[in-house]
Design a protein around this ligand. Structure first.
Ligand code: UDX
Ligand code: UDX
Length: 460
């Protein structure tokens, strides 16, 4: 094979992390050949079209720079492994649903299967990069599996956790706060690490590329997400207190966040955090802590998840109580189903729990969302009750008793709420689970307004 490219990079797993990350590497490094493989044929096909399998602002432009030039999508996993010098593994690692550690620890079966595929197929030394979030010390298990071969091949396992957030993945990848690369502190380990540093150095300033030992790198990913989630749970816990005291959580967050030691980000009270990472990573941390007998540490972090569940429950309870303690047969329009704006992803979205609870109370639920309706349908398969999906928010709100904003899509800020009010049942209620609407204006239109952590504006 003629070596047209300086390096062959393979990524196993073409999901929210693998797809965008490899597209950025390929766009920034035309000298490398980047191949992304996945067991899911449909997904691979979609990556080859202009209708990408995930919605991410700006992503198609990046993909188009490199696709067909040095970025390729394929289902030929074995051929990909054979040709590669460096393999990024970004298969999913969901929370285990069975057996020991069920509900908390990570399910590593895809990761291990991938390691075994690599072992079986590889014919030369390779660097294996952990992109998937894994429990601390997984790298050593992987090294043991991989290096148990009798082919004389050596594998170096490096950890390079992904910090991109959905909805801003392209910006996060192009201008990351930091890139973290962990390896063993041996000469081989450091050499492997340097190879990965060299990739990112093509566009990331060197002071933003940090290296560490492999365990620190693995743990840092869990801790970063746990700290972010903790901020959301902290402000959400305060929102409950604000609702009782007439304080305004946005004013409190602003005042607190002005302290440069605290900072203003991630202090937006909400209906709760979702996403594929926060809950999973915290529970992972809880599980590891428990397994070392660090029960106080485990409990401390578990409470971050508990407050999140409490926040979702509180929201539903408020809707029921406000609608005169019964929502049976009442039409309720949910504005937004994605776990946050600018993504079609609904994994762990608070909307899933909220919809199910409302259905349980026999409400007639209408869901609208600009990008997430397909995923919503999948999430709610089998849910019993009266459930509709509607692209048009005006139609969703028509004849509704209440509107609840669950995702902070910009679109919802600029709707014609006069028109919505006119079309609704009266009294009309609006529950702003993201505090994105102009509450005073809504009140003036005639709505009864229930924000998060702020005084209610009611007419009844
Ligand atoms: C990633 C990480 O892998 C996860 O550990 C981290 O916490 C969040 O980001 P993500 O990219 O969001 O996950 O997952 P997903 O979009 O589900 O993509 C994973 C892909 O791997 C899927 O397309 C799946 O088909 C593929 N896969 C899974 C394989 O190709 N082989 C397998 O054996 C298993
Ligand atoms: C997160 C991390 O930010 C990212 O670094 C990591 O790689 C993956 O996990 P993501 O899950 O895409 O990214 O979303 P993020 O922006 O962190 O939001 C998570 C949840 O918290 C969302 O449901 C969001 O709406 C909520 N949130 C966030 C709040 O409720 N309030 C805030 O102030 C911030």
């Amino acid at each position: 094979m003629s070596k047209k490219f300086a390096k062959n990079i393979l990524c196993i797993g073409a999901g929210y992390v693998g797809g965008p990350t490899m597209a950025m590497i390929a766009a920034k490094c035309p000298q490398y050949k980047v191949t992304v493989v996945d067991i899911n044929r449909e997904k691979i096909k979609a990556w080859e079209t202009d209708k990408l399998p995930i919605y991410e602002p700006g992503l198609l432009d990046v993909v188009k720079i490199a696709r067909g030039r040095n970025l390729f999508f394929s289902t030929e996993i074995e051929a990909g492994i054979r040709e590669s010098d460096i393999i990024f593994v970004s298969v999913n690692t969901p929370t285990k649903t069975f057996g020991e550690g069920a509900g908390k620890s990570a399910d590593l079966q895809y990761w291990e299967k991938t390691a075994r595929d690599i072992l079986k197929t590889a014919e030369s030394d390779k660097i294996i990069v952990e992109k998937s979030t894994l429990p601390v010390r997984t790298a050593s298990a992987m090294e043991r599996i991989l290096n148990s071969n009798d082919k004389g091949i050596t594998f170096d396992v490096v950890s390079n956790p992904e910090f991109l957030a959905e909805g801003t993945a392209v910006i996060d990848l192009e201008y990351p706060d930091r890139v973290l690369i962990g390896s063993r502190e041996t000469e081989r380990g450091r050499r492997a690490r340097q190879e990965i540093v060299d990739i990112f150095a093509n566009w990331v300033p060197s002071d933003k590329i940090i290296t560490s030992n492999i365990w620190s790198s693995e743990l840092s990913k869990l801790v970063s997400n746990a700290f972010l989630a903790q901020r959301v749970s902290s402000i959400n816990s305060i929102s409950a207190l604000c609702e009782k005291t007439e304080a305004d959580v946005q004013e409190v967050a602003r005042a607190v966040g002005f302290d440069t030691r605290i900072g203003g980000k991630f202090l937006q009270a909400s209906v709760g955090f979702g996403g594929s990472c926060f809950k999973k990573d915290i529970l992972n941390l809880v599980y590891i802590s428990e397994s070392f007998g660090l029960n106080e540490v485990a409990e401390y972090w578990e409470n971050v998840v508990r407050i999140n569940e409490y926040q979702e429950k509180r929201f539903v309870k408020k809707i029921i109580q406000t609608l005169f303690n019964t929502i049976a047969n009442k039409r309720i329009a949910l504005f937004g189903f994605a776990f946050k704006a600018n993504t079609g992803d609904t994994r762990e979205s608070p909307a899933i729990y909220i919809t199910k609870q409302l259905l349980e109370e026999h409400a007639h639920v209408v869901i609208t969302d600009p990008k997430a309706l397909d995923n919503a349908r999948i999430d709610l398969t089998g849910a019993e009750g009266t459930l509709e999906y509607e692209d048009d928010p005006y139609k969703a709100a028509k004849d509704a008793h209440a509107v609840a904003v669950l995702t902070e899509w910009d679109l919802y800020r600029t709707l014609d709420y006069n028109r919505i009010f006119e079309s609704m049942e009266k009294p009309a209620f609006i529950f702003d689970g993201r505090n994105i609407l102009n509450h005073k204006k809504l009140y003036d239109i005639g709505f009864n307004v229930y924000p998060i952590g702020k005084p209610e504006l009611t007419r009844i």
